[in-house]
Design a binder for this molecule. Structure first.
Ligand code: PXP
Length: 240
């Protein structure tokens, strides 16, 4: 299973004081040196954490997979077209939200997404769609010929340790099985931590996880190498 670390919140700490440190590129390189398979960053429309110059610097520094998350807008697609990340993950975005809430409504956005997906794929950028674990969204993603979907695990994470946990876990499992049966590569992410990741990592259909907030929080206590290695161990144990 590939472990991609989202380093957005390194930029959150930097931007809180308007300093040049901590540097998201430095964090990205520490993550890779410590066993991460790739780096994920979200260029939000309001640039609240990652900024345009970070995206360019990450692209030249990250020699493994660089996954750029973005809203499906013309502005963002133009940036991706220039920066050439390995993967673009389209995510829904609302300015007032604290983090990405919910998945893309692929059914409603079909036409908007289709043109943008084709533009990126023409540049050999792989496209992933961040969606809720729902069959209709998965089928719509498949119809758009994307390479990958990322299943939103936020509801599972929210229910973890609560009565709804098993229901949310099985929604992710059923969605992963269905997506894989359609030939899609399956990733998962949002709200994953060392405590709740095992059930997701145990799903053989899921080939990648994108984890941000919990790893950056762990890094405050145990360093980036410690946080990435601890997460890696949790994935490997769950998968064995
Ligand atoms: N995957 C996607 C598509 C996201 O938008 C985010 C949050 O930016 C993550 C994964 C990581 O979520 P978290 O920070 O909760 O681990």
């Amino acid at each position: 299973m590939r472990l991609h670390i989202n380093i957005d919140h390194v930029a959150t700490v930097r931007n809180a004081r308007g300093t040049a440190y901590p540097d998201p590129v430095h964090a990205a390189l520490l993550c890779i040196a410590s066993g991460a398979d790739g780096i994920t960053a979200h260029l939000r429309e309001d640039r609240r954490h990652i900024r345009d110059d970070d995206v360019r610097a990450l692209r030249s520094a990250v020699r493994t997979t660089f996954n750029l998350e973005m809203a499906a807008t013309d502005e963002m697609v133009t940036i991706a077209d220039e920066v050439l990340p390995d993967v673009v993950t389209f995510v829904p975005e609302r300015r007032e939200e604290r983090t990405t809430e919910g998945g893309l409504d692929v059914l409603a956005m079909r036409a908007t997404l289709a043109a943008r997906i084709q533009k990126l794929q023409a540049k050999k950028i792989r496209v992933s769609l961040f969606i809720a674990p729902e069959h209709a969204q998965i089928a719509a993603a498949r119809d758009l010929d994307v390479e990958q979907i990322e299943l939103h695990t936020g509801e599972y994470a929210h229910a973890f340790g609560q009565p709804g946990e098993e229901m949310e876990r099985s929604k992710v499992q059923m969605a992963a099985t269905y997506a894989k049966s359609l030939g899609l590569e399956v990733a998962a992410g949002h709200g994953l931590t060392r405590s709740n990741v095992a059930a997701i990592a145990a799903m053989r259909e899921i080939e990648e996880v994108n984890i941000g907030h919990a790893v950056v929080a762990d890094a405050l206590m145990m360093s980036f190498p410690g946080a990435v290695m601890a997460m890696r161990t949790h994935l490997d144990v769950a998968r064995s």
